[in-house]
Structure formats: C-alpha cells, structure tokens
Design a protein around this ligand. Structure first.
Ligand code: K7E
Ligand code: CUA
Length: 664
C-alpha cells in the first residue's frame, strides 16, 4: 500500500471516528526526527571489506516488478533479480530466449507490481532453494532459483484479479497460493459481461493452489476454490498443529464495488477465512471438483537449452465450498484485516485490522473445537461464520495505530508493524501484553525477521520496510527513496542499527542465513550440456546462414574477441539473429553483445550460455557491434562489423574473423 490520500470533506462526513483519524494522518512523525543510535551500532552492522554478510535479504520491489537482494546486517545491495519487468541490463525480456517468460493471455507483459516474497520450505523451515514472488496486476507468481539468482518459472493465475494474497507457501512447498484481491464475474463471455452493480450476484473470488514441481520448479494449478465476492488481502499457511490449513484475511465483506475507502469500511468486522486445504486436495483427487475451461500461461526457463518454454493451459479444477461444506470457514476479524500471520508453533493466527485499535489473536485449537461443535453465528453467502468469542485467544489492547503485519522471533514474541503510528510494537504471544515499541522512519509497511514467518525463526534482527523517508536521506527530486531499517532484537528492547535505501517500494521480504544459499551457487553453465539449437561449442562451429530473409549468425565470445567479427551480405529487409555463445568456463566472466541501432537491449551472456539478439537493419552501411562488459584488458578491442547492403544487392553472405598482416 502507498500513503493514504487526504479525504474530501464529504468522505469524512460519511465516515466514523477512527476512519477519519487514520485517513488524515500521513503516518505520525515521531517527535525526535533523528533516532538515537547507540555508539556501538556501527560496529554491529559493519561488514569489513572482503567479509560476507550473515544473511541474504530478498526484498520485493513493489512497482518495479523485481526482487532485490541485500546483505544483512550491512544493508548492501547485492543484486536486482529481474522477474516481472524487462531488464535491459541483463537482456531479460529482450533476448529471444527470455521473451516467453513474460507471456500471458494478454500477450507479452513487460511489467508488474510485486509485493510478497516467500521462501521455499522443507519441514516448515526455509531451505534456501527458491524464492517466490507475486505479480499483482496481471496475476502471476514467479519462482526464483537461488542457484542462479534468476527467475526460473512464472505462472499466470486465471479467474484472479489483483493477485495480492500471494504467494505464501505450505510447510513443504507442496503449494504456493494465490488469493484474488478483486472479485470478478467469471465464466463465459456472456457471464462476464455484466453490470458492475450486480456485484453481489455475479462477482466471485478465488483462491488457487499452485504446485511447484520439486525437481524442475515448473508450476501448475492443482485446484481453485470459488469464494463469495469480496477482497482477499494476505494469507499464511498453517504449520505444526495447523498444517493442512491456510488462512486468508478478507475485507470488503460489505461487497462494495465503488468508493471502497468509505463503503468497504462500514462493518465492524470482516473475516479471516480458514481453508482446510488437505480436505480440498482430497476432494480434488476424488474428482469432486469441476473442470472449467480457462486459458493461462505457465512459463519455464530451461537451463540446458537456455530458452524459456511457454505452455498454455486450457482448464482449471474448481471446488465449490457450497457443495463441499467442510473446506472453508469464516472467522470474524475487526475492521478490514490486512496481515494474516501464523506464529512459529502454528497455534496462533494474528489478524491485523488496519482500521482496528486492537490485534485479535485466534487460537487454532479453539477453531478446531468450534468447527467440531458447529459453533457458528450463521453464515456469509452460504459459508459458515464461526463465533468470534469461540475462536479467539484474546486481543492485544492498544498496540498502536494501523496494525499491518506481524513477524515472530523464536522466544514467543510477536512484532507488529503500525503504519499510522509509524512504529514496530513487540508483544508477548502468551500474555498478549505490549513489551516494547520503537519508532520507524516513516510509515512502515511490512517487516521481516530472518525465518520470522516459518517454524524456525533465526531472529537476531527485525527489518522495517518504510513507505516514507522525508528528512532521512539526501533529497532526490519529487520522489524520495524508500528504505529499510535494521533493528537488533537480541535484547529485551529493540535497537535501531541502520537505515538503508531500497530500490522500488519494498513490501514483504525474506531473510535467510547465507549458508543456506551459498553451497547452491551455479558458477557457470557447462558448455558440454548446452542444448541450445543454435549453440556453437567452439569457434569452428560458428557460421552464418540465410533462410529466406532471415540471417542466422552462430557466434562465440571468448576473451577478447567475437567469432565471426566481420559479416557481409546482410541486406535491407533482412532480419538478423545473432545467436551468441559465451565459451568461457570460469566464474563471473560474462560478455556483452550490442549492435548499433538495435531496437532492443544488450545480451549479457553468462559463461557457457547462448542467447539471441534479433536485429532488423534499417540503414545501409557498415555497422559496429561490441562487447559491453569489461571482460579483460583488451575488452575495448572486443568488437566487429556488419556490412548492410541495399535490398536486392548481390553481395555474398559471409562471416569471418580475419588476420591482418600488419607489415603489408
Ligand atoms: Cu501490506 Cu501489498 Cu503486503 Cu505492502 S501490502 S505494506
Ligand atoms: Cu567481452 Cu568485454
């Protein structure tokens, strides 16, 4: 979420007290603009030159559509991983091989808005294998391989609009989920073309269970549950005793379809939806769902052909909870809940009503008992609503204003971000008493503790991801940087150690020990395993070939030349494909490839990899090409020429690398 807008007088008149308060305060500014930082703070975040950070921090890029990777505790930016947005630096989304990664039923989409990063897990603990991230706008989920730090697969989610409640994972990564933010009409063209005011009758939500294949990371949708129309916001999987369940926060139980700012804040309580996914999975296997025609893309990057493959799926298995009565239940939750977080023991579920003045904590033991006893308060659109008093452990009283998200340490403490009062509040899961509070600068959204949404928090730090940084950094024009803040949680009191700027707007993040990731690193791609159809495994295999108006160039790079580097016989009207293979077999020796006037980005080729740049020459002459990555002392010599002749020219197509006798 971004900062709240100032309401008009009309809206204020229409709304109640807390709503007014929340919507007119742009996040309270703590009185001391400069936080007190202890004298030894710098030594606690200082990672000397040549030394490594202890944790990786994988942070969503928000409207950049990417994921960035920082080291902790230093806050140093290590990498930006291109995911949903094209990336000219690496050629992601520009090379012929990576283009299919961004394919959807709307065609190629070069951007998205990504909010939540989730770890793959084994036995409820992050395992350092994959990270997942959601695309909100054109609903997608991506899987990032931590061997290559690259996007390995992207799946589009059908019957979803605003994939916000996503991509949270089950304890063994059996599923990652997608809950739709917007409910929408679904079905045939006629069923979808309905008046907006028919929301209550025609609009439905979905939550989808997506299965990542353990060996390959390919993703497919196992099943999709249809829900009453409203908005799903966030979610987390159960674990331990609640393994087999999933919890989703829902707002807009008012079923408003206009001016939600006011109209979706009417009811005293919305819901947390509890989903028995083990049951749903069983029903799906028993064939008790309905196969519905849809279209969606599942894209997967093949590291041996070095090419993304798109598969178009044509149906999805839907389960209807009005028929399968024991798969979903609603639990009342105060005032438009946002975060929905499950503690490390798996017993407690924390709902953060962003307009509420308290934080309800639900007890899974009580939820089970209430379901068994049918202890309900009627139903909502045919789905049973459990009694609030029957499922609640208790409420955290007066925690602060605008609770959003909660993470946990290993010692029974919870840490909740407060957007409006700009602070992190630490409280006890046992007593529900507030233990400590610390200001953030400013307007914190998500927060993250290493392992803090898993069964094994590593603790040590809590990181705040802030929306506003006024007066914290040098100004940079109308938009100031977003930022993170690192606090120590080793002692009883939280302690601010470091501010560091972030790229894009950070939302959720994961932090995991570097030791989980480092042993997995792919240092280069084995050229012998390269199965790209246009690979040249040595300079002898390079060539040029005309296929009608297409010219294909098999090209290689090695320090510090291209083979071939002189190409003639290309004509106006041709489409040239440079298939460039980097022959290097050593860590961190990429070469780049760019040609003048190409309407695309460079190729950045990792050792052993083949990528293709498509070029449509539009001017007659001799056109230079060169390596863009400073690869050796003679990098600046790494260049070549392509001669472009008029259409119909008789110049023969040839490609070579020539020795020139300096004496002649
Ligand atoms: Cu709170 Cu989109 Cu997770 Cu951001 S959401 S803050
Ligand atoms: Cu290759 Cu510079």
């Amino acid at each position: 979420m971004k900062r709240p807008l100032l309401s008009t007088a009309m809206l204020l008149a229409a709304a109640g007290g807390l709503f007014l308060l929340v919507n007119t305060i742009q996040g309270c500014r703590p009185k001391t603009a400069q936080a007190a930082v202890g004298g030894d703070a710098s030594s606690r975040v200082y990672v000397p030159p040549g030394k490594y950070d202890e944790f990786y921090n994988f942070v969503s890029g928000g409207f950049s559509g990417q994921m960035s990777v920082y080291g902790l505790p230093s806050g140093r930016l290590l990498r930006e991983i291109p995911v949903f947005s094209v990336d000219p630096e690496s050629g992601y989304g520009y090379s012929e091989e990576t283009k299919p990664m961004l394919m959807t039923t709307h065609g190629s989409i070069p951007w998205d808005d990504s909010h939540h990063v989730e770890s793959s897990m084994t036995a409820g603990v992050p395992d350092g294998r994959w990270m997942f991230i959601n695309g909100n706008n054109t609903p997608r989920i991506a899987l990032i391989d931590l061997g290559t730090f690259r996007t390995k697969s992207i799946i589009e989610i059908p019957n979803c609009a605003g994939n916000h409640s996503s991509p949270f994972a089950t304890p063994n990564s059996e599923y990652v989920i997608s809950g739709t933010r917007f409910s929408i009409p679904m079905g045939t063209d006629v069923e979808r073309d309905v008046p907006i005011e028919s929301y209550r009758d025609n609009f439905k939500g979905t939550v989808s269970f997506i299965h990542p294949e353990p060996e390959t990371g390919k993703m497919s949708i196992a099943f999709q549950i249809i829900t009453p129309g409203m908005n799903f916001d966030l979610s987390h999987s159960g674990k331990g005793p609640s393994d087999g369940w999933f919890f989703f926060s829902c707002y807009n139980s008012e079923q408003a379809y206009s001016l939600l700012e006011v109209n979706a804040s009417q009811r005293d309580k919305d819901f947390i939806m509890a989903v028995n996914w083990k049951k749903a999975e069983q029903y799906a296997k028993e064939g008790r769902g309905r196969k519905v025609p849809v279209k969606y893309y599942s894209n997967w990057y093949n590291d041996e052909t070095h090419t993304a493959e798109s598969t178009v799926m044509e149906e999805v298995l839907q389960l209807d909870p009005r028929e399968l009565k024991d798969i979903i239940y609603f639990m009342p939750c105060p005032k438009s809940p946002h975060g929905c977080d499950v503690d490390p023991t798996g017993r407690y579920i924390v709902g953060s009503g962003k307009l509420a003045a308290l934080i309800p904590v639900f007890d899974f033991e009580k939820i089970k008992a209430a379901i068994a006893a049918n202890d309900t308060d009627g139903d909502f659109m045919g789905i049973p609503v459990l009694k609030y008093e029957s499922v609640i452990k208790g409420e955290v009283k007066k925690p602060g204003l605008g609770p959003l998200h909660t993470e946990f340490d290993a010692n029974g403490n919870a840490y909740t971000s407060m957007f409006v009062s700009s602070e992190i509040v630490k409280w006890s899961l046992e007593t529900l008493e507030v233990l400590d509070r610390v200001p953030t600068y400013y307007s914190i959204g998500h927060l993250c503790i290493p392992g803090g949404d898993s069964q094994k928090p590593w603790g040590k730090y809590v990181i705040a991801y802030n929306k506003i940084t006024k007066d914290r950094y040098l100004p940079t024009g109308p938009e100031l940087t977003q930022s993170a803040q690192l606090f120590s949680i080793d002692g009883d009191k939280m302690e601010l150690l470091l501010d560091f700027p972030t790229t894009g707007e950070p939302h959720y993040a994961q932090a995991i020990p570097a030791d989980l990731v480092r042993p997995r690193e792919v240092k280069f791609f084995d050229i012998n395993k390269n199965q790209h159809p246009f690979v040249a495994k040595g300079e002898k295999e390079t060539k040029v070939e005309r296929r009608g108006n297409e010219v294909h160039v098999w090209m290689t790079t090695i320090r510090s030349h291209f083979t071939p580097d002189n190409i003639e016989g290309v004509k106006i009207g041709d489409v040239v494909y440079f298939h460039v293979t980097n022959l290097e077999q050593d860590w961190d020796v990429p070469h780049g490839f760019a040609i003048k006037g190409a309407a695309t980005a460079e190729l950045l080729l990792m050792p052993g990899e083949t990528q293709t740049l498509k070029w449509i020459p539009d001017q007659i002459g001799v056109v230079p090409m060169y390596c863009t990555d400073f690869c050796s002392a003679l990098h600046q010599e790494m260049q070549g020429y392509v001669r472009v002749s008029p259409a119909g020219s008789k110049v023969e197509l040839k490609a070579e690398t020539r020795n020139v006798d300096a004496g002649s």
